[in-house]
Ligand binder design. Structure first.
Ligand code: NAD
Ligand code: WQD
Length: 341
């Protein structure tokens, strides 16, 4: 079975490509490398001793897509390609809507033309918005996301629902990720943010490796046990395996009456301070930090109800916070400058 993975050179995509290859899938990666390096694909090939068909191209470019679908027989698409910087999306919303929404519509249109009907979408817990109480469960209505980035994820989920109603052959899954962290245990592939990291773990790791002086903890006056926010941190290898479980399930379904939605999370929340402590304990590296004001748009706490994925996909996260810290550190310390060294 041939799987087209858009954004497959990125953080979650590269780990998923590795798991797909190990499961015997043939993988074609389409990535414009706007936030990644082809080195990630080379390392995946080394780790798996298998080859990937890599195409440098853009989902916003209809001709690039047409070339891929004309040249390759595609059975299923896993669509990671997107811009994901929450803060930037507030400053440049049109860039995000163009890339994430228009890019997805181009891709779905090209799939329809070439009668490719299996689709797995990288959605996010952010689609639950501020209104829904945690833990988030898939039966809750879509909320109002706190950023244009989140809005793009919500819109694409809705586009998939409409496309599903109009085409009986179309089978789609929206996977709502919580907070993926960690790296492949080899330390060969991992998260390689460009510039100043937006997310907690890459920042912690860069402080520990000496690239940044200290971490800023955004607020310690939240109504949580230690005053810092709680999130559902999930090992990226568990998340990658979740995609394989989703694909294995999707191909067994003859039809889907509606888009299948699954939370991919652990079902527990961990505070920012507990992350810092766990990182220090597991790595022996101090993480100096200072507490500052809250970051706009941050919710005090959320985590997943992860029962549906367990029951239906037979998937559950199995790696703990300690493994997440060890693997983050192995990647960061082996590759202090990411893939560019
Ligand atoms: P990433 O930036 O590492 O990967 C995205 C990849 O898509 C990159 O390789 C980038 O070059 C590529 N890309 C972007 N726009 C493209 C385009 N127009 N055409 C072709 N390639 C393009 O990000 P990631 O963390 O691996 O995230 C993957 C997906 O998961 C994204 O859709 C993201 O929104 C979603 N997601 C991520 C998180 C997270 O915390 N990392 C959480 C929830 C959802
Ligand atoms: C986690 C916690 C911060 C950095 C984001 C997106 C979400 C999803 C995952 C894509 C929060 C605190 C962080 C720092 C800190 N992405 N923090 N100092 O905001 O839960 O989720 O990534 O879909 O849509 O919003 O993740 O890693 O940015 O923050 O104190 O330097 O760490 O305040 O409590 P977040 P994060």
């Amino acid at each position: 079975m041939n799987v087209l993975v858009t954004g497959g050179a990125g953080y979650i995509g590269s780990h998923t490509v590795l798991c797909l290859l190990n499961e015997g899938y043939h993988v074609i990666v389409l990535d414009n490398l706007c936030n990644s390096s082809v080195e990630a694909i080379k390392r995946v090939e080394q780790l798996t001793q298998q080859s990937v068909t890599f195409i440098e191209g853009d989902v916003c470019n209809k001709q690039h897509l047409e070339n891929v679908f004309t040249k390759h027989k595609v059975d299923c698409v896993i669509h990671f390609a997107a811009l994901k910087a929450v803060g930037e999306s507030a400053l440049q919303p049109l860039k995000y809507h163009h890339n994430n929404v228009s890019g997805s519509i181009n891709l779905l249109s090209c799939m329809a033309k070439h009668q490719v009907n299996q689709f797995i979408f990288s959605s996010s817990a952010t689609v639950y918005g501020e209104q829904n109480p945690y833990p988030y469960i898939e039966t809750m209505p879509l909320g109002t996301p706190s950023s244009p980035y989140g809005t793009t994820k919500m819109i694409v989920e809705r586009v998939l629902e409409d496309n599903n109603k109009a085409n009986v052959d179309f089978k789609a899954i929206s996977l709502r990720y919580f907070n993926p962290i960690g790296a492949h245990p080899s330390g060969e592939i991992g998260e390689d943010p460009s510039g100043i990291p937006n997310n907690l773990l890459p920042f912690v790791a860069q402080v520990a490796v000496g690239k940044r002086e200290k971490l800023t903890v955004f607020g310690d006056d939240y109504p949580t046990p230690d005053g810092t926010c709680l999130r559902d941190y999930l090992h990226v290898m568990d998340l990658a395996e979740g995609h394989v479980a989703a694909l294995n399930w999707l191909k067994q379904q003859t039809t889907l009456d509606e888009v299948a939605v699954f939370n991919l999370g652990t079902g527990t929340g961990t505070s920012v301070l507990n992350i810092i402590r766990a990182f220090e304990t597991e790595t022996g590296k101090p993480v100096p930090y200072e507490v500052a004001n809250r970051r706009e748009g941050d919710l005090p706490a959320f985590w997943a109800n992860a029962d549906k994925a367990k029951q239906v996909l037979k998937w559950q996260a199995k790696r703990d916070i300690n493994a997440m810290m060890q693997d983050t550190w192995r990647w960061q310390s082996n590759n202090p400058d990411g893939y560019s060294k």
